[in-house]
Design a protein around this ligand. Structure first.
Ligand code: NDP
Ligand code: ZN
Length: 354
């Protein structure tokens, strides 16, 4: 079997592997559409450790090829949506309601790439199929469904962490595909003013289309100052979906007392966050700092699919490039890695895979 992955830090290419084996509760899936994610690039560049000969990819919808003997709800031929995070629901952390994103240790529900080969493969393995797969619902296109498995789930998780109230002033830092979904989620959650931060022209257009009221650029000076000036004191809720350790400090600085800073950005393991305590109100300002990984599993994705089916959101506006053929994965990945000025989110349609 062939897959596109990372040989060693910074080196990517095609890898030949044995096809994965199916456990009794699991499924083997063939991707029909998939998408590279910024996190695939971070991982390939070593942000979360050194992976060797690991197939990348965690965003896909596909067709079930095989199911284990104990799988009840799926059969070969089913068209399925596959969450990027596939918890082991038998683990105590999930049963203790700690979070389905951390079934054993932080982010350990993220099995693709972190624990095993990912979805940029002719076949991939999904653990606990009955709890982690969703049938593609009628009325939802495979492209729209593909955007739920990580982009919507993560962007909306930023919104969940931010605890937005009706009329709140919300800043979304970063308007790549994740931040754009956070803008859309903030609008759905009743935000008043939504100030988005980013520069790529298509992303700026999409931010307004999803409900941003203002867009500012981090290239025009300190965004904390820009936000404080525009809001006359600061924002109620700030969602971080891009930038670096300095962005985090700016996020705290632009948040007013009783406000929330909600991070879904993937920081590089080598970064250090500096936080002058005065920006955090000497620890007395009730500024709540939160960060988290996108929840996974079938129910999470079903609910996001419900939003699409009900016409509340069209996540396909974030798809900027469509590549045709499994063989084009390297091109789509390279585009994601280079962040070309016209990029939002590339997808790959694997119509040549059988
Ligand atoms: P993109 O790279 O497409 O977007 C990043 C955004 O941040 C762009 O709008 C960019 O602006 C902006 N930005 C860059 N530098 C700065 C800066 N210094 N200050 C402010 N804004 C800046 O990323 P994605 O949307 O694909 O992903 C966002 C993050 O979410 C990534 O770190 C990704 O790894 C992470 N992620 C986290 C997950 C989770 O569960 N927590 C899951 C999936 C992704 P410009 O328009 O100029 O490019
Ligand atoms: Zn991702």
């Amino acid at each position: 079997m062939r897959g596109f992955g990372v040989y060693s830090i910074g080196n990517v290419g095609w890898i030949e592997k044995e096809a994965p084996a199916c456990g009794p509760l699991d499924a083997i899936v063939r991707p029909t559409i998939l998408a590279p994610c910024s996190s695939d690039c971070h991982i390939a560049h070593g942000a979360s450790g050194a992976y060797k000969n690991r197939i990348l990819g965690h965003e896909s919808v596909g067709i079930v090829v095989e199911v284990g003997a104990m799988v009840k709800n799926f059969k070969p031929g089913d068209y399925v949506v596959v969450p990027c995070s596939t918890p082991d629901w038998l683990k105590p952390n999930v049963q203790n309601f700690i979070s389905n994103a951390h079934d054993e240790t932080p982010m350990s529900s993220f099995k693709f790439v972190f624990k095993k080969d990912g979805v940029f493969a002719e076949r991939y393995h999904v653990n606990l199929a009955d709890a982690n797969l969703v049938l593609l619902p009628e009325g939802v296109s495979p492209e729209a469904a593909l955007m739920t498995v990580d982009m919507m789930s993560t962007g909306f998780h930023g919104v969940e962490l931010a605890n937005i109230g009706f009329g709140d002033t919300v800043v979304v830092i970063g308007i790549g595909p994740v931040g754009l979904m956070a803008v859309a989620g903030a609008a759905l959650s009743g935000a008043g003013r939504i100030i988005a931060v980013g520069t790529r022209v298509n992303c700026v257009k999409a931010a307004y289309a999803y409900g941003a009221t203002d867009v500012i650029s981090y290239k025009d000076g300190d965004i904390a100052e820009q936000v404080r000036e525009r809001t006359k004191g600061g924002a109620d809720r700030v969602i971080i979906a891009g930038g670096n350790h300095e962005t985090f400090t700016q996020a705290v600085a632009m948040t007013r007392e009783m406000g929330t800073i909600a991070n879904v950005n993937f920081f590089d393991a080598h970064e250090t966050i500096q936080l002058p305590v005065v920006l955090w109100g000497l620890g007395m300002a009730n500024k709540d700092i939160r960060g988290g990984f996108c929840p996974g599993g079938a129910k999470r994705i079903e609910k996001l699919l419900n939003l699409i089916a009900a016409g509340r959101i069209d996540p396909t506006k974030i798809i900027s490039h469509t590549f045709n053929g499994f063989n084009t994965i390297p091109e789509a990945y390279a585009l994601m890695d280079s962040k070309s000025p016209d990029l939002i989110k590339p997808i790959v349609v694997c119509s040549d895979l059988t």
